[in-house]
Design a protein. Structure first.
Length: 94
């Protein structure tokens, strides 16, 4: 199960983030980044900070919980998305 969501990792990955659901969007990028990092630090401060922040958020909140800082969740999601796309840190092969 993915933290406090009551859903599997695969379910989270296949969900459509309806209405711009920040929990789902951040969870999807967090899962992909976790797989990309294979439980290691990236060595990229922004990515490591986003991973640590997201981990703390998921440990404390479930989907549907009031989001403590909407802008912060979006910033973490954006950082992890850039990392997962190969635009931050190690570049992916085309």
């Amino acid at each position: 199960m993915f933290y406090n969501s009551g859903k599997s990792y695969l379910t989270i990955l296949t969900m459509q983030p309806k209405g711009g659901n920040n929990y789902v969007k951040l969870a999807q990028q967090f899962i992909v980044a976790s797989l990309n990092l294979n439980n290691a630090l990236s060595g990229i401060p922004e990515v490591d900070d986003a991973m640590a922040g997201a981990l703390g958020f998921f440990a404390a909140f479930g989907p549907g919980s009031p989001e403590p800082n909407h802008a912060q969740l979006q910033a973490w999601e954006k950082t992890l998305a850039e990392f997962n796309k190969g635009k931050l840190g190690i570049r992916r092969c085309e």
